[in-house]
Design a protein around this ligand. Structure first.
Ligand code: ZN
Ligand code: ZN
Length: 132
């Protein structure tokens, strides 16, 4: 391997780390556009296509999760078992940790079609801010 390839690989590695770091540490559920805007501050030369590719890669590997809403796809670096409340008015995604704890019962349950490894719950409604 020549020096150029090594440099290229290092650049990709740090881009991936910065993207993952941001998604894992933010408290909000960022869209790909938001991840791009935030990582661009640290990596001025990163392209939108690269950010999208990195995000999809981490999603495929199960390092981050995707929350698909009507118009936008959001990303969540928090893989702990929690649900999401999606406001139908402003589109904000909220973490819900204390509802549906009994749903854990269905985890690892065997259905006729196969065994459940995981599940996702989305609640839809109007958030307090929009209800005012
Ligand atoms: Zn709202
Ligand atoms: Zn979440």
């Amino acid at each position: 391997m020549n020096g150029k390839n090594i440099a290229e690989e290092e650049r990709m590695t740090s881009q991936k780390e910065i993207v993952l770091d941001y998604v894992k540490n933010t408290k909000c559920h960022p869209s790909a556009q938001k991840v791009y805007t935030e990582t661009k501050r640290l990596l001025p030369r990163i392209s939108k296509a690269t950010v999208y590719r990195i995000l999809n890669n981490f999603k495929d590997k199960g390092e981050i999760q995707e929350i698909a809403t009507k118009n936008i796809t959001f990303f969540d670096g928090d893989l702990s078992s929690h649900s999401h409340f999606i406001c139908q008015a402003c589109g904000t995604v909220f973490d819900i940790f204390d509802e549906c704890s009994k749903c854990n019962i269905i985890k690892n349950k065997k259905l006729k079609v196969g065994k459940i490894n995981n599940y996702r719950i989305y609640f839809y409604g109007i958030c307090k801010k929009c209800k005012k």
